[in-house]
Design a protein around this ligand. Structure first.
Ligand code: ARG
Length: 458
């Protein structure tokens, strides 16, 4: 019976089923490093305010460090009777250094302890994810820079719309990732507050130095309300929200890679190292990686919904329901990292079929809008010029020609405002070149943006 730290008021042993059901150690053991880091700082603070002696705190700290080594070396036994990582480490500490180990939990509850650990953990993971986002942004920029001469059809409604630079298309994802990075950085400001000292829920009767703990652990400040400190999981939800938007972006790019690598498009070819084959159809090369990223987006959304639902209508303060936050959070962190890691090399190793992309711009009258704009410059109201150009397109469809095949007489048959120079205006290259206002697809505008991006990424 004495095995449970909380067993004092109990006369019966915990049912085996309940022990398994209640335990979180199988998944929260990944918090061990942060739990130990938090405990060491807590112990030092207790010594600082005179609750522990120097000798006691030294013993506790060396005990905790030894336990960390045991865990790293794989020598620590994680069993369900230890309930969670917090109790497991505390129990082992007492085993190792004797009753003085029992002083570590003074002025602390697992409720504020777990809140601290999750914040410390997520803070580290956020920094790693931010750097992975940067890597992917760099990969996008590199591929964009190398292929500035590549023109492709831009789409709306998945119908060919206007010619654009392939680089411009890729850099659209740079902008999305830039917002993702900002969103996660913003979330970090709310992750980075220090809840220890809230106790179980009401605060602490001890003369704690919470500023010291916050400062030592690199937090911006201690939290301001003990009830909120132990029951707040907003920061996890925010992170999962930001991660969901990030995954939504990755899944959109995945979808484009999947489409582009199909025979119907043939715009890109993923490298063999980032594709897989079929067990029955020998000819197949499948884009499994982007498909999986697209698929995993669903589970990240699911984690967000699961967290929101777990927290819905929970009364203050801590409730055991909140133990369910961890698997959703951990899975989100793991999934996002895996997807980001595989995406950058997939992008930089894919083959870009410039010819196919350019050819695709030659069918579908992609420069019809340029012809309409040409008439506007000659003083024709846009609505009228739109109509005239529509009739030109209809004529081309009927006579099986492209806009570039029309003779100047044919053009002038539709409007006397058409001059010889219409032939140049409706070339794909001229169309792209003309979109030079800020944010447009003209090589000039894209190069300008690339210069700015270089500065942003520094
Ligand atoms: N394993 C728990 C969790 O993850 C730690 C906090 C438990 N607190 C308690 N009073 N039972 O939420």
């Amino acid at each position: 019976m004495a095995s449970k730290p909380w067993s004092g008021r109990f006369t019966e042993k915990t049912d085996k089923l309940v022990e398994e059901f209640n335990a979180s150690i199988s998944f929260d053991k990944r918090l061990y490093k942060h739990d130990i880091m938090g405990s060491i700082t807590h112990a030092r603070m207790l010594a600082k305010v005179g609750i522990l002696t120097k000798k006691e705190v030294d013993k506790i700290i060396s005990g905790l460090k030894a336990i960390e080594k045991e865990i790293v070396a794989g020598k620590f036994r994680f069993t369900p009777d230890l309930e969670d990582i917090h109790m497991a480490i505390e129990k082992r500490l007492i085993e190792k250094i004797g009753p003085v180990g029992g002083k570590l939990h003074t002025a602390r509850s697992r409720n504020d302890q777990v809140a601290l650990d999750v914040r410390l953990y997520l803070r580290d993971e956020i920094k790693e994810i931010q750097s992975l986002i940067r890597d992917l942004q760099k990969a996008l920029v590199n591929v964009a820079k190398k292929n500035l001469d590549c023109i492709m059809p831009g789409y709306t409604h998945l119908q060919r719309a206007q010619p654009i630079l392939f680089s411009h298309h890729l850099l659209a994802y740079y902008e999305m990732l830039k917002r993702d990075h900002e969103r996660i950085a913003d979330c970090l400001t709310r992750v980075n507050v220090m809840p220890l000292g809230a106790g179980a829920l009401a605060g602490s009767p001890y003369p704690l130095d919470r500023d010291f703990v916050a400062k030592e652990l690199g937090f911006a400040k201690p939290t301001d309300n003990s009830l909120d400190s132990v029951s707040d999981r907003d920061f996890c939800i925010e992170f999962c929200g930001a991660a969901s938007i990030l995954m939504m972006h990755l899944s959109r790019l995945s979808e484009e890679f999947i489409l582009w690598s199909s025979q119907e498009f043939g715009f890109i070819e993923l490298s063999d190292a980032f594709s897989t084959g079929s067990s029955i159809m020998p000819q197949k090369k499948n884009p499994d990686v982007p498909e999986l990223v697209r698929g995993k987006t669903g589970r990240v959304y699911g984690n967000l919904l699961s967290l929101l639902t777990t927290m819905k209508a929970l009364p203050l303060a801590y409730n055991k329901d909140m133990q369910e936050d961890k698997e959703a959070l951990f899975d989100t962190v793991d999934t996002v990292k895996d997807c980001l890691k595989v995406f950058s090399p997939m992008l930089t190793t894919m083959k870009i079929n410039k010819k196919k992309m350019l050819n695709a711009t030659k069918q579908g009258f992609l420069t019809a809008t340029d012809a309409a704009d040409y008439l506007v410059k000659k003083g024709v109201p846009f609505r009228e010029s739109h109509h005239i150009t529509g009739r030109v397109v209809a004529y081309c469809i009927k006579t099986s020609q492209g806009l570039e095949d029309l003779s100047i007489d044919e053009w002038r048959g539709f409007s006397k405002a058409f001059g010889k120079d219409i032939k140049e205006v409706i070339s794909v290259e001229a169309s792209v070149k003309s979109k030079k206002a800020k944010g447009g697809t003209a090589p000039e505008a894209v190069k300008r943006r690339l210069k700015e991006i270089e500065r942003e990424m520094r």
